[in-house]
Design a protein around this ligand. Structure first.
Ligand code: PLP
Length: 439
């Protein structure tokens, strides 16, 4: 009998035995194509020799030392490299162990910033419905998934939610895409005014919404408008790139495509590519300066902040993404994947939308293409798809999401950036088998 506490207590999972390139193998020898990199983590695939060598090299010198006493070369080099590629104004890197930790750090830093500069009354956060920012209490309070939040309410962070920018579901026939983006962005201004012009410290959003909606990018102009509104009311813009960052969308930082520079960015997942548990919160020189000139102490911290072995692994990952050209490959192969998905499923009566950027793709499942009506949740379409894709030897991320009260199903694809053309055929074939069995 197992003593491991699984998330789904009734699950009966195979035991993973090894990984090689884009494939995972269980103990019976069954091969699985890792079409979602776990949860958009394994951007380099499995068994990368350079990352493994970097980890081994670091273990031979120093595995871990606490950051109260030491900095380390891998942490310094990783921070330098991240900043050399980061959006304008971003200047400091706080290294943590995962996405939720990165978001907690982001929220606490934003709040502390306003305390340091004498505006402690700014205690509200605004986020968007149909968002996920992590499972620790602060991140959970910020996320826009009611079903995740409900058992833990009341949550400690005062968050309210506005509409996401979700063209397929939200755009009205009579408006242009640009008008739609401006309309939903302007909800932020209305919400700031409703709460009180000097009472909001941050607005939080994923540039491309991941698990809760299925790779949904904002429309052109949306984030520029959001940036203007944040600047007008002195609200910090926190972008959660935990899932969509690190080249997943074809740019190292997803917000590059939107042409905006946030005040704070959270990254994780692809930063360690699954070789080590690592995340990071990046902030502007202005925010860091307020702490430095004020109390000089960020009221936050975890034992494994700046873990040298995790940083060494991440540095090797980042080198492959940037100098090794894998971010560009994500853009190129992502275009091919999109074309193949549209070719195979674009006319399917139950596929409403195929979208995304780079190697971050979402397929929305509907009962009726005309009305966009989703299947009833009791049908459990996403669960059936998960079962059938897994049986066909494809790991992907079928999920159910709720958009303004409408429960829907989607499949998220986030394969390793090293995939070849024939792997795209394999994804499409296996997905076709599963879709054929369920829909
Ligand atoms: N933010 C986003 C957008 C995510 O997708 C996730 C995880 O899926 C998180 C935060 C939380 O990251 P972690 O699971 O590493 O704590």
């Amino acid at each position: 009998m197992s003593h491991v506490f699984p998330r789904h207590t009734k699950s009966n999972l195979p035991t993973v035995a090894r990984g090689e390139g884009v494939y995972l193998y269980d103990q019976s020898g069954k091969q699985y194509f890792d079409g979602s990199g776990g949860a958009a983590v394994s951007c380099l695939g499995h068994g990368d020799p350079d990352v493994i060598a970097a980890i081994k090299g670091q273990l031979d010198s120093i595995a871990y030392a606490h950051t109260s006493f030491f900095t380390s070369d891998p942490a310094e080099q990783l921070a330098d490299k991240l900043i050399s590629h980061a959006p304008e104004g971003i200047d400091r890197v706080y290294l943590v162990s995962g996405g939720s930790e990165a978001m907690e750090a982001a929220l606490k830093l934003a709040r502390q910033y306003y305390v340091e500069i004498g505006q402690p009354q700014r205690r509200h956060v605004i986020a968007r419905r149909q968002s996920y920012h992590g499972n620790t209490l602060g991140a959970l309070a910020t996320g826009g998934n009611e079903w995740r939040r409900a058992p833990f309410a009341p949550l400690m962070v005062e968050t309210t939610h506005i509409s996401p920018c979700f063209e397929y579901r939200g755009k009205r026939d009579e408006e242009t895409t640009l008008e739609y983006g401006i309309r939903v962005a302007d909800e932020l201004e209305a919400e700031i005014r409703r709460l009180g012009e000097d009472s909001v410290f941050a607005f939080v959003a994923e540039p491309v919404v991941g698990a809760t909606a299925g790779a949904v990018p904002a429309v052109e102009g949306y984030f520029k408008r959001i940036r203007e509104i944040c600047d007008r009311y002195g609200v910090l813009l926190i972008l959660d790139e935990v899932m969509c960052g690190m080249g997943r969308t074809g740019k190292l930082f997803a917000c590059e495509e939107d042409g905006v520079a946030p005040d704070i960015i959270a990254i994780a997942k692809g930063l360690g590519a699954g070789y080590q548990a690592i995340g990071a919160m990046l902030c502007s020189a202005k925010i860091y300066g307020a702490i430095e000139d004020g109390s000089g102490f960020f009221q936050h911290g975890h034992t494994y902040v700046g873990h040298p072995t995790a940083c060494a692994a991440s540095l090797a990952v980042l080198s492959k993404l940037t100098d090794g050209g894998l971010v560009d490959r994500s853009a190129e192969m992502g275009g091919k994947l999109q074309a193949a998905l549209v070719q195979a499923f674009g006319q399917h009566p139950n596929i409403g939308d195929i979208r995304g950027r780079g190697l971050f793709r979402g397929i929305e499942i509907v009962e009726d293409r005309e009305t966009k009506a989703p299947f009833a949740p009791e049908r459990g379409i996403n669960k059936l798809l998960k079962k059938e894709t897994f049986a066909a030897g494809l790991i992907c991320y079928p999920m159910g999401g709720t958009i303004d009260g409408v429960r829907g199903d989607h499949i998220l694809l986030a394969p390793p950036f090293i995939l070849e053309d024939n792997h795209i055929d394999e994804i499409v074939t296996k997905l076709g088998t599963a879709i054929g069995a369920v829909l």
